[in-house]
Design a protein. Structure first.
Length: 150
């Protein structure tokens, strides 16, 4: 299973980095589906780390490291799918994403940075340090959702 998720993540990354964002999406609704999918999968992996870091499920250092690494990689994907014309349809994105793009981009970059720190700490395996890093990622996610998600 882990091998499949790594191959899937690699395929997504190759597709994401292989061509300009506008050329990747034939329709704006494709971009919305893409970013929602990337954010959902990232949230699933981050949620597994958070559950183990906070003691809600038994701590497994290898599972934490694997899930944190996957979440870190996925944290780079959704942002290109917030292009022009993707503010309509099945989305909870607020108009402020497009009117205050610099602030939105700051949140995205901060989240990626915090996720990278979490991934690095997860490789060491200290549950308390991971718990603090999870809190930092979660706080940043909440701030962005409060400002930019309906």
């Amino acid at each position: 299973m882990r091998s499949f998720s790594k191959r899937l993540a690699l395929a997504i990354t190759v597709c994401a980095l292989g061509s300009p964002a506008q050329a990747q999406f034939a329709k704006s609704e494709d971009a919305v589906k893409y970013r929602k999918g990337a954010l959902f999968v990232m949230g699933q992996h981050f949620g597994r780390v958070a559950a183990m870091a906070t003691g809600k499920v038994p701590f497994d250092a290898k599972a934490v490291a694997d899930n944190a690494a996957t979440a870190e990689m996925l944290s780079k994907l959704p942002w290109m799918a917030f292009g022009e014309g993707t503010d309509k349809g099945d989305t909870k994105a607020k108009p402020e994403i497009w009117s205050d793009r610099a602030k939105f981009n700051d949140y995205a970059e901060k989240m990626q940075s915090e996720m990278a720190k979490l991934s690095a700490l997860a490789k060491i395996g200290n549950q308390e340090n991971i718990k603090a890093a999870v809190a930092a990622v979660g706080s940043n996610c909440k701030g962005c959702h409060d400002a930019f998600r309906q």
